[in-house]
Design a protein around this ligand. Structure first.
Ligand code: SF4
Length: 319
């Protein structure tokens, strides 16, 4: 096993954060387990700059577990509108239901209960435990992985080794500043190309810097299944007919125009999901299908309901 030499790397990172970190990010003050949880879920697939406005809007409406208790899945989808990856919003809904049913409306403060919540993986549980409860649990998000691969010159990701290194690196005397610091270091200094090593607090211990070679962990190549979809755009007086009925097996509970699988060569939009490549076309129509339940929405209302991102973008152009 890798042994971290006692160069106080963790402490150097916490100190650096105290002086240089982005302490004004909204999820880094008024800390509560709930705020950390929501921010971690939002940041899973969303850039920090985009997440800020969504996080503030979410907190203005649902500042804590009590205010979100009676929210429906649709209410939470609405807060997510335009952010994409709606499964995250669905997980928040399911998890808050569980927290109220099983944990007396309090965010669990132990690993086993946290990991039992939908959408909470090992790294999110680690973030909640360390940042909100000050417990020495490691995090392993994309930024932390990158910093670890650079400091220890690891060209390939090996899960167990990286978790051990993240745990060993952790500054147990200053858990909060360390965790925020290592994430900031990954996003602000340890850039994929041209990392800013001259500003980095661990440059004298970083093996990549010493070798002047900066590995990048390769992303797993995913084989995506091709699917062909055709949406029927039904418009009348600036209103769209939208439905929640679809047999796609994904995008459950989201509003969209009636959709069918199709067979076409060209696609107006290609949209990638984690395991699918969607080849999407649209067809204008002025007739609402008889056998589909739905609602008419004025184009101004579209931003207020949850619609899959590529469809939402297309409707905006159309409107
Ligand atoms: S010294 Fe450079 S490569 Fe190493 S962790 Fe710091 S920024 Fe990244």
């Amino acid at each position: 096993m890798e042994v971290i030499q006692s160069n106080n790397l963790g402490e150097k990172i916490s100190d650096w954060y105290t002086k240089n970190g982005r302490q004004n990010l909204p999820w880094r003050y008024d800390i509560s387990p709930y705020r950390v949880w929501i921010s971690e879920i939002m940041l899973q697939q969303t850039q920090v700059n985009t997440a800020i406005a969504y996080f503030e809007r979410f907190m203005a409406k649902y500042p804590d577990l009590q205010t979100i208790e009676n929210a429906t899945e649709d209410d939470i989808f609405n807060m997510w509108s335009g952010l994409g990856y709606y499964r995250r919003a669905s997980y928040i809904f399911q998890a808050k239901e569980l927290i109220h049913a099983k944990f007396k409306g309090e965010m669990p403060d132990n690993y086993d209960d946290l990991i039992s919540l939908p959408g909470v993986g090992k790294s999110t549980a680690g973030a909640i435990l360390s940042i909100a409860f000050n417990k020495p649990y490691p995090i392993l998000d994309a930024n932390v992985k990158k910093v670890i691969s650079r400091i220890f010159f690891k060209k390939n990701f090996e899960e167990k080794i990286f978790w051990n290194l993240s745990e060993d690196l952790l500054d147990k005397k200053n858990i909060f500043n360390f965790q925020q610091g290592v994430m900031d270091l990954g996003s602000q200094l340890c850039l994929p190309k041209n990392p800013k090593c001259d500003l980095c607090p661990v440059s004298s211990n970083c093996q990549s810097n010493l070798k002047s070679e900066f590995p990048l962990l390769s992303k797993k190549s995913i084989k995506r299944k091709k699917e062909f979809l055709e949406f029927q755009l039904i418009q009348k007086n600036q209103k769209y007919f939208m439905t929640k009925e679809n047999k796609l097996g994904y995008w459950a509970n989201l509003w969209m125009p009636p959709v069918s699988t199709a067979n076409h060569q060209k696609a107006e939009i290609i949209h990638k999901l984690s395991h699918r490549e969607l080849n999407i076309n649209f067809r204008n129509s002025n007739k609402k299908p008889k056998n589909i339940e739905g609602k008419w929405f004025h184009k101004k209302e579209l931003a207020l309901i949850a619609i899959p991102k590529p469809i939402f973008n297309r409707l905006l152009i159309d409107g």
